[in-house]
Design a protein around this ligand. Sequence first.
Ligand SMILES: Cc1cc2nc3c(=O)[nH]c(=O)nc-3n(C[C@H](O)[C@H](O)[C@H](O)COP(=O)(O)OP(=O)(O)OC[C@H]3O[C@@H](n4cnc5c(N)ncnc54)[C@H](O)[C@@H]3O)c2cc1C
Length: 485
Amino acid sequence: MEKAAVVWFRKDLRVHDHEPLVQAAKSGLPVIGLYVFDPKEYEETRYGFKKTDRHRARFVQDSVEDLRRNLETIGVPLLIRHENPADAFSVLSQQVSIQSVYLHEDIASEELAVEDSVRKVLPDAAFTVSHGRNLIHPDDLPFAIEELPQTFSQYRKKLEKAGTPIRTAIPAPLNVTGLTMRGSLPLGDCPTLSDLGLEELTRTPRYTGGSSQAKERLTDYFFTKDRLKVYKETRNGMLAEDDSSKFSPWLAHGCLSPRVVYEQIKRYEKERVENGSTYWLYVELLWRDYFHLVHRKFGNRLFFASGLRDFSVPWEQDETLTQAWIQGKTGYPLVDAAMRELKETGFMSNRARQNAASFFTKNLGLDWRIGAAWFESQLVDFDVASNYGNWLYSAGVGNDPIQFRTFNVEKQAADYDPEGDYLKHWLPELRRVPVPWIHATREMGLIEQKEYGVTLGEDYPLPIIDLQEAMRERRERMKQAMGKT
Ligand SMILES: Cc1cc2nc3c(=O)[nH]c(=O)nc-3n(C[C@H](O)[C@H](O)[C@H](O)COP(=O)(O)OP(=O)(O)OC[C@H]3O[C@@H](n4cnc5c(N)ncnc54)[C@H](O)[C@@H]3O)c2cc1C
């Protein structure tokens, strides 16, 4: 049987800055790429919705197909399978003699369990695991993981004081040994959405997966549209595509390496301008790293109801309130616009995410894990550490130094969407409602409702809770949980 090295692609769907691929090429063995659609990733969760729904599934399909094309250019075949990864490796090991497996590290417990099951079916293969997800290589951190600073700003200052280096991105290998018997190996195709048990998309995907598209977006946002120079001022916008980078879907699936983004920031600073905006995009990449480190340090506590805290919060479960939030029918336009955008496109801006999560936990008082699971199901850019870390933060049981940070969703809408453009875009029933009513629909009397063509309670819901009262109540309960009066 022909000997081979396998590069196991998971959340690293690119050929650039890919250490496992470079190492496999250096081994001198013929190299095979493998991507496995694990049916478990597409199952229903205990909350009744899919772990991965159609938006992300479609993004992964496109990314895997793009990866196959890019690997072909360097002579590496990408095998695509739809089964349990251990079974996929087991079958492959009957066709080629797998000497070594090269992969990027994934620290989430479910992924580690899958990796373990693969190692069991290949007892004689050597496994080489690289770090490749972050801007800063974990070995270069100026502290041990147990000493990870409590807050993001302490962490950022520590890195900057130590002058922590950022490693250069590695180019894709040029010389890869080909497989003699490749013609007899079935390549396999991506399963369709229906094969994955998902419904078809009803609109064109907002973002197309793949590192080719990632590079296009990077060039477009930085150099063609020249938007990096105003990033800090625009990044809180909720509607326009270029208000923020929109790199997250590609970063989450590893179609884009954060080190490549960093290198392009540096190039931009040299060729165009270095200012607060160019620095701020780098800071956001550090936030991403920080949540990954929080995950590394706290492990599964990221998924506990009490999060990183040592008091237990009496989270509630209420199907009617949860459904109103999911369907965008809470009677609070900012929350509703955000939730409908998520369901329709698989994306939501950071400002909208903060408000939707704050409303779910601090106003509705619902178990943050349900909200996080819904985001996990829908988000095209879902990333375990970023999603659960941000949810913990929003729920007040994570790394936020401010104990009772609560977003007033009406004030936030008026501040960040002063003309109501975002609200009207996602809530067509409110399209004729002008400012200031659009920011406080619940205060519209019968005359206004008639004038603007919307009947509250019929065309658009009345608020499902009283915002101020709910906020006060939650604050009290949180204080009690912490043992404060
Ligand atoms: C409740 C909640 C859940 C979230 N879930 C996810 C998630 O599953 N996946 C995800 O990538 N981001 C998540 N975020 C963070 C953030 O909202 C998105 O990264 C951002 O909106 C993506 O848009 P962008 O690429 O235009 O961001 P930009 O503002 O252009 O930022 C550039 C990059 O920095 C990183 N980044 C920025 N802000 C954060 C942050 N707060 N935390 C971690 N990384 C950040 C992202 O990789 C992003 O692409 C979540 C935030 C909240 C409040």
